[in-house]
Design a protein around this ligand. Structure first.
Ligand code: NDP
Length: 388
């Protein structure tokens, strides 16, 4: 049976990996909607290949280019925030939420409210609006499938088990490109060095998050919502080879782990075919060649983002949304060469301690917190000693 699917963030790293799998299994899937932000040329190219009903650019300035590039086809071109929501409401059987940042929240929520299957890569949306999003899942009966390799691993390790019988969930972390750097060395790193991840080929924002280890902090909050075992049962271990993607320990001390090559097409395939399996062209796992799997405790002194994220998860309310929004603007400023690498965690920490709104009670309230946090964090960045 053909499954209909939509991909939000189709031109990004996760979106392209998803489409690569669809390309290999054209008989199983029919694409309904593809979206991007401003990259109209790439989106139009993908749309002409996969022939969705609609192609949407979030950035309205990119609309003329998209419309021109799709002229003569049967694909409807659209632009803007409302068009993204409209695309999410087309009711595809399966939606990939792979927009980067909190910007993906409205379309992800709209897809969830449709009550079908949503594959979630867009971790920032869940971090910011965890309670609202999980309540929407409950209300709509949607199936939320984690795509992040760690959460997908946990999801697989929980299949056949019961969450009440879990003693501990351990998220693995590669440690990023600066795992062995001193603080002094980290102070001088450039955006190009920060986005060069040793194991994974990903978009710029998540690559910087991996380098600061904020990515693992966001994932801790993500896991807290997806697998409600309690924060004290969620642990992080650094595992530089990125072969074990996470582990679940049960009360009898039996630990299940999911292993695979560091290739996002593997967890995406698991979500795409679930509850079946899909053949992929990904590299097989050659443990004899890898020969050694290493583990070490994370260092919260050199990577304070881990401490900040755990504290935000414990505090709950608006705190995770503030952590996320401050991190998004700080990472963007770092990528633009406006602040240093270590300033990212400083900006997040100072934003968290300087700004304390009430817990978000609605999506509008959450967006106002998100917007105010961004302004606050930008104000802090302007006061940094070497801000551009
Ligand atoms: P990329 O930066 O590669 O791609 C982001 C996608 O989102 C692009 O299609 C981009 O469009 C679109 N986009 C960016 N900003 C907006 C916006 N304001 N409104 C609408 N669309 C927007 O990101 P990744 O694919 O690396 O990551 C996507 C999400 O998946 C993130 O939340 C990340 O944390 C998560 N993730 C990623 C993994 C990976 O391996 N890359 C692994 C696990 C999770 P355009 O091309 O036009 O800019």
């Amino acid at each position: 049976m053909t499954r209909t699917l939509s991909i939000f963030g189709a031109t990004g790293s996760v979106g392209l990996s998803t489409l690569d799998l669809v390309r290999q299994h054209r008989d199983k899937y029919r694409v309904v909607a593809l979206t991007a932000n401003g990259n109209a040329a790439e989106l139009a190219k993908l749309a002409r290949e996969f022939e969705p009903e609609i192609a949407v650019v979030a950035d309205e300035a990119a609309y003329p280019a998209l419309k021109a590039a799709l002229a003569g086809s049967n694909i409807r071109a659209a632009a803007g925030a409302d068009a993204l929501i409209e695309a999410a409401k087309l009711g595809a059987d399966w939606t990939m939420a792979a927009i980067v940042g909190c910007a993906g929240l409205p379309s992800t929520l709209a897809a969830i409210e449709g009550g079908k299957t949503v594959a979630l890569a867009n971790k920032e949306a869940l971090v910011s609006a965890g309670e609202l999003m999980m309540a929407a899942v409950e209300r709509s009966g949607a199936t939320l499938l984690p795509v992040d390799s760690e959460h997908n691993a946990i999801f697989q390790c929980l299949a056949g088990g019961r969450i009440e019988q879990v003693r501990k969930i351990t998220l693995t972390a590669s440690g990023g490109p600066f795992r062995n750097h001193s603080l002094d060395q980290m102070r001088a790193v450039t955006p190009a060095q920060a986005v060069a991840h040793p194991n994974w080929d990903m978009g710029a924002k998540i690559s910087v998050d991996s380098a600061t280890m904020m990515n693992k902090g966001l994932e801790l909050i993500e896991a807290h919502h997806l697998f409600p075992v309690g924060l004290d049962r969620l642990d992080i271990v650094v595992h530089p080879q990125s072969v074990i993607h996470s582990m679940v320990e049960y009360v009898d001390r039996s630990t299940l782990a999911q292993l695979g090559s560091p290739d996002m097409r593997i967890p995406i395939a698991s979500a795409l075919a679930w509850p079946e399996r899909l053949e992929t062209n990904s590299a097989p796992l050659d443990l004899a060649r890898i020969s050694k799997l290493e583990f070490e405790a994370p260092d919260v002194t050199r990577f304070p983002a881990l401490r900040l994220a755990r504290a935000a998860a414990e505090q709950g309310g608006a705190t995770p949304a503030i952590l996320n929004a401050a991190n998004e603007v700080a990472v963007a400023a770092f990528l633009a060469g406006q602040i240093g690498f270590l300033d990212i965690a400083t900006v997040v920490e100072n934003t968290l301690s300087g700004y304390a709104p009430n817990a978000p009670h609605s999506l509008d309230h959450l967006f106002s917190i998100d917007a105010a946090t961004r302004e606050y964090a930008k104000g802090l960045m302007e006061k940094l000693p070497h801000a551009a």
